[in-house]
Design a protein. Structure first.
Length: 522
């Protein structure tokens, strides 16, 4: 997609790339990748990474790959792969013929692991997961070497081949890198490279029963694909020495890993594990529920790809974690929709008005503007008749001073139609609730303007009672009650912070008849 370089704000990653161009570090190339795990739907945090990786490539005449990190068959599904493809395309990005899977490289990754064993840099370990944690040490205490660390190369090769052939049970053995159990960086204390998982893989079936770990897979996949700048979120900063170690020890092409702060958004959660809990436990209707921060949920809620790309550019790229207010995301979509969305009228909680001096059987069509920001979007015809609905909230029997809508004896404008004045109020004989208003209209004010120049302060939307169609409306609010659930729900379950009114359904409201032909996504 086209990128306007004049509109781009500087950030530390753009500065790094500019310096790499100056020094010809990668031969003038920029090649990035977006590497999602297909274990859930993408969310707005992923959108930041997508826009960053594809955007950096586009603005530097480079390339960006889409690569699925499919190394955990227990959690991965084809559904997630297809949803990711749809979301990235919907955001406006294209990877050409460069869609890859980590599983494409399983044979090569296995050979790299064998190479490390032959070099004396990897060994098969029989410690249980609990024992491995005990041997690992702490931030202040060094770890202890596994009793299996000094197995011979021949024994390790034999055991690793037997792991591959399916001879051992899940969790009984792992392959570990032999680095430094006293390293101050816990990720360098002989990390696991391969584990045993007898599980069906969505692409390779039952060919493999051992699967590589993320840290081993990621750097080598980057190397195989010729990536120049491997852009990750900040939690991988402590993993960078391991990224570099694998590539240096194996003597293969070495991309540069760069970390940036992930997106944290108020009033929601950005963890796929927690979002999965919401789906699986029925707190939402699915991954694409409009309350979810997923890209598919935002799409259903009415967000446009342009608004999300604008949001991602405005929040910028930094090295320090911060919290972004949901209001900024909402502002970006309002700003975008204000230019492109058609306006139509609907009444959520109707109050009937009878216009006493309007002919009983008369129906006329008034001309309504589709978008006042864009005359090219034209107009539409809206039926007007003697009986209409307005919002209950647009009338008060005893209005305060700054209430400019309808009240007894008051005159207001019906958008695109006429001036009307309230002359009587009809109430329920038992409850005293206002059920109907009696009004008169001024025929000279057709179109909503008075030829004598008199002004009214209130303009109301409305629908014709005889022509409106009934619709169900779902009103969505914030998913969580707390702006920062990670800290404000501390010590409790984040689900206790769920907003009970995040979805309010109005079973029957009235909308203008032009919506009869509307389709999902309009």
């Amino acid at each position: 997609m086209a990128t306007d370089n004049n509109a781009l704000q500087s950030n530390f990653i753009r500065n790094i790339i500019a310096e790499d161009f100056r020094t010809n570090k990668f031969g003038g190339r920029v090649h990035t990748r977006f590497p999602p795990e297909p274990n859930g739907y993408l969310h707005i945090g992923h959108a930041k990474s997508i826009c960053l990786n594809f955007g950096l490539a586009a603005e530097n005449n480079g390339l960006c790959n889409l690569r699925f990190d499919d190394t955990n068959p227990v959690k991965e599904e084809r559904e997630y792969v297809e949803s990711i493809i749809e979301d990235v395309r919907w955001l406006g990005f294209d990877w050409g013929d460069r869609m890859y899977y980590a599983s494409d490289y399983f044979d090569r990754l296995y050979e790299y692991a064998v190479q490390l064993i032959r070099m004396g840099k990897a060994y098969v370990c029989d410690l249980s997961p609990d024992e491995m944690r005990q041997f690992r040490g702490t931030l202040t205490e060094p770890g202890r070497e596994s009793p299996y660390r000094n197995r011979s190369v021949e024994e390790n090769l034999d055991l690793f081949e037997r792991m591959r052939s399916g001879e051992f049970e899940d969790g009984s053995r792992v392959l570990r890198a032999k680095i430094d159990m006293a390293s101050p960086n816990l990720n360098m204390r002989d990390p696991v490279i391969y584990r045993i998982l007898h599980a069906q893989h969505h692409r390779t079936g039952d060919k493999w029963c051992i699967y590589p770990m993320y840290d081993f897979t990621h750097c080598l996949s980057d190397s195989i694909e010729g990536i120049t700048h491997s852009i990750c979120t900040l939690e991988f900063e402590d993993h960078r020495p391991l990224y570099d170690w694998f590539l240096d020890e194996l003597g293969v092409y070495h991309p540069q890993q760069i970390e940036f702060a992930r997106l944290n958004l108020t009033y929601t959660v950005m963890s796929k594990r927690r979002l999965s809990e919401l789906v699986e436990n029925g707190y939402v209707t699915g991954w694409d529920d409009p309350r979810m921060p997923t890209i598919s949920g935002l799409r259903r809620r009415g967000y446009t790809p342009e608004s999300i790309r604008t949001f991602c550019e405005r929040i910028g790229v930094a090295k320090r974690d911060s919290m972004v207010d949901m209001a900024l995301l909402e502002h970006c979509v309002r700003e975008d929709l204000n230019r492109r969305a058609k306006r139509v009228m609907g009444v959520l909680r109707p109050l009937r008005i009878v216009i006493e001096n309007y002919p009983e059987n008369q129906v006329e069509e008034v001309e309504a503007i589709n978008n006042p920001e864009d005359p090219a979007m034209g107009t539409r015809k809206v039926p007007f008749s003697r009986e209409i609905y307005i919002e209950q909230s647009d009338f008060m029997e005893d209005p305060p001073k700054k209430f400019y809508r309808l009240g007894p004896g008051r005159e207001v404008r019906l958008r695109y139609a006429y001036y009307i004045k309230c002359v009587d109020v009809v109430k329920d004989g038992i409850t005293g609730e206002v059920v109907e208003l009696r009004c008169t209209y001024d025929p000279a004010t057709k179109g909503g303007y008075a030829p004598d120049g008199r002004k009214v302060k209130g303009t109301l939307h409305w629908v014709s009672a005889a022509h409106a169609i009934q619709a169900q409306v779902r009103l969505y609010d914030k998913l969580l009650l707390m702006a920062n659930p990670a800290s404000e729900c501390e010590g409790g379950d984040f689900r206790d912070c769920l907003n009970p009114e995040s979805l309010v359904t109005i079973p029957a409201c009235w909308v203008e008849p032009s919506l009869k032909e509307a389709v999902p996504g309009n």
